[in-house]
Design a protein around this ligand. Structure first.
Ligand code: ADP
Ligand code: MG
Length: 425
């Protein structure tokens, strides 16, 4: 089968991104496949294209209903038959379920999106076992692991359905790079033989800047946004209260912003998310509740009003910028007293958890206070060496554009030594 021809035919793209072609080949060949690619790397296509090319239906497991809907709409947009992609979940009535089953039986449905909790339903399992299933794709596969940053107990049951459908190839995709999570996923699903593909975590189009957080932080943010009229962006805050406050300040200043956090009712959350996706608003001010799997290609900036609790979180959140390879400005406001605040939050947790939390926070401090190339610092955290002279995106951060003077750099070293000493204590 001609991969490039199919890529062009179904998606209109002329070339594969990064490792996509190798991954697609592995999936088309029916082999177990494990894919680690940063957010925006183009993981969806790694299972969507093989699904469209292969006989039978691919089952896609994904944690968010909004995200599934999003993808189904996108796939339907490129096909003549709406039946090409379906969502199967508890919101469907009997007639709708019957239609989905009919399309699968007739070989029309190429992609079936299912939430992990629906997939274990006896009725569905019994039905799916008798169908031609091309493979099972598990998106955001780190949800299987308790070592990951977003463990979902429902994901644990996936191994049963995989067993139930004899010999079905499995494709796992995640943006989590830690070794521990990877091993956990492969073991849990019993696919340690999988072909593994790990892309670089470098996002050359993202610009990284850290600014001291002063009393002027809100003015700074407003100025930043006003310099980018009509551009989409996300502002992350630690608390719901801060989200509401900043959203209001922005609105008062004529910026089209909406709040998003888990304290809002589901309807409002969906509405605000859709407004952002449909460009009815420019800015979402949000807690970390917002973002996983949001496929808006042209988010032009991600601002952290509050520094997150780990570099992994920072990387995931900033990764939502510039997914179309266009501009993506990542601006973090940093004050050491925010770190102290985060430490305080942890005080009530078990000691072991506190220790991990503390170590993760010290990495954040290191990143915020470094005078090093920030991309190099981030990539080092993910076990990757970055060439700060010739690497892609080498000059895309504040420190490279405006190197600090020697004395400041020395001060930084002293700060860093203090951090290391603190960590060791
Ligand atoms: P991920 O799930 O890895 O975060 P997505 O699958 O959401 O990434 O893809 C990110 C963006 O990249 C999407 O806007 C998608 O349309 C685009 N994209 C994916 N593959 C290609 C390609 N081969 N050429 C151009 N754009 C692509
Ligand atoms: Mg994705």
């Amino acid at each position: 089968m001609d991969l490039h021809g199919s890529l062009k035919k179904y998606f209109g793209f002329n070339t594969f991104k990064g490792l996509q072609e190798k991954v697609v080949e592995s999936v088309v060949n029916g082999e177990n496949t494990f894919v680690i690619m940063p957010t925006g790397g183009g993981k969806s296509l790694c299972y969507q294209l093989p699904a469209l090319m292969k006989e039978g239906t691919a089952i896609v497991v994904s944690p968010l209903i909004a995200l599934m809907k999003n993808q189904v709409d996108a796939i339907r947009g490129i096909s003549e038959n709406d039946g090409v992609a379906h969502v199967l979940n508890s919101s469907l009535n009997k007639t709708e379920v019957a239609k989905v089953k009919e399309d699968i039986s007739n070989g029309i449905t190429k992609l079936l999106y299912v939430a992990p909790e629906s997939l274990i339903k006896e009725e569905y399992v019994t039905f799916l076992r008798t169908q031609k299933i091309s493979f099972v794709a598990i998106d955001e596969a780190h949800c299987i692991s308790e070592w990951g940053h977003d463990f979902r107990p429902e994901y644990r049951n996936l191994k049963h359905i995989i067993k139930a459908i004899d010999n079905v190839p499995v494709v796992c995709l995640t943006a989590t790079a830690t070794e521990k999570v990877q091993e956990d996923i492969l073991k849990t699903l019993g696919i340690t033989d999988a072909n593994r593909f790990k892309a670089s975590f470098n996002r050359p189009n993202l610009f990284y800047e850290v600014r001291p957080k002063t009393k002027e932080v809100e003015k700074d943010i407003i100025r930043f946004i006003k310099q980018r009229p009509g551009k989409s962006g996300i502002i992350y805050c630690l608390s719901r209260k801060k989200v509401e406050e900043i959203a209001q300040i922005l609105q008062v200043n004529g910026i089209n912003a909406v709040p998003y956090h888990a304290g809002l009712d589901a309807k409002t959350r969906v509405k605000h998310q859709d407004m952002f996706l449909m460009e009815d608003c420019d800015v979402v001010v949000a807690t970390i509740a917002f973002g996983m799997g949001i496929d808006k290609p042209d988010v032009r900036f991600v601002i952290h009003h509050d520094i997150p609790k780990s570099l992994e979180s920072y990387y995931q959140e900033t990764g939502r910028a510039g997914r179309d390879d266009g501009e993506g400005y990542c601006l973090a406001f940093y004050a050491y007293k925010d770190i102290e605040k985060l430490e305080k939050f942890m005080a009530s947790k078990p000691v072991a958890e506190q220790e991990i939390g503390h170590a993760l926070l010290q990495e954040v401090v290191g990143y915020a206070e470094t005078s090093m190339n920030r991309r190099k610092y981030l990539l080092h955290y993910f076990g990757e060496e970055f060439d700060e002279k010739n690497g892609e995106g080498a000059d895309m951060d504040d420190n490279s554009r405006n190197p600090k003077k020697k004395q400041e750099a020395k001060d930084d070293v002293v700060i860093l030594l203090n951090v290391i000493r603190d960590t060791l204590q």
